[in-house]
Design a protein around this ligand. Structure first.
Ligand code: ZN
Length: 179
């Protein structure tokens, strides 16, 4: 398998190299998928800011603040790899700006983004959005194989054990270890 140096200047993967089968090719360079998503999300954040918040902002100052938020310590999640944590931070910042625009939370200058990411209302809304997405995802998974029947949300762990024939119970599963 060929490996390439990731084209993203902020790549946070351990050795900065991406295997060919996992890479996104842009021009002549190869990128990690998440690096590419971070880069696109940052572009989107910058364009939204310039289009809808202020076109007179000093772009280099705006870039610096966005980079601080996405790659810095403020939103770093130590439970994730740094690359995953950066991607989460970029997604969150994008959500914050969209939310502020939708709910008319004023962003008077670029450093206001530091306050926005700390805004309790925005944080709660983001948690809620993620919860809803997770529920949707779970429902989707439950729907698979059930076809169009309404989803019964009560859990019946033993209901399907006999489907494969025979008396399939917990005892048999454990006993099966010795066979
Ligand atoms: Zn990368």
């Amino acid at each position: 398998m060929k490996h390439y140096k990731c084209g993203f200047s902020h790549c946070a993967h351990a050795d900065g190299k991406v295997p060919e089968n996992e890479a996104v090719k842009i021009g002549t360079r190869y990128w990690h998928k998440d690096c590419y998503e971070i880069s696109e999300t940052i572009k989107d954040i910058r364009e939204t800011y310039l289009d809808k918040i202020s076109s007179s902002v000093v772009v280099s100052a705006l870039n610096k603040i966005i980079n601080n938020i996405v790659f810095g310590k403020k939103l770093e999640n130590k439970k994730l790899t740094k690359a995953q944590s950066n991607l989460e931070a970029a997604r969150y910042l994008q959500f914050c700006i969209d939310y502020a625009l939708e709910h008319k939370i004023p962003i008077t200058h670029a450093p206001g983004l530091y306050y926005l990411i700390d805004n309790v209302r925005v944080k709660k809304a983001y948690e809620k959005k993620n919860e809803l997405e997770m529920q949707k995802e779970m429902k989707k998974q439950m729907d698979v194989g059930i076809e169009s029947k309404p989803v019964d949300t009560t859990v019946k762990p033993t209901a399907n054990f006999s489907a494969g024939g025979g008396n399939f119970g917990f005892g048999n599963i454990l006993g099966g270890m010795n066979e």
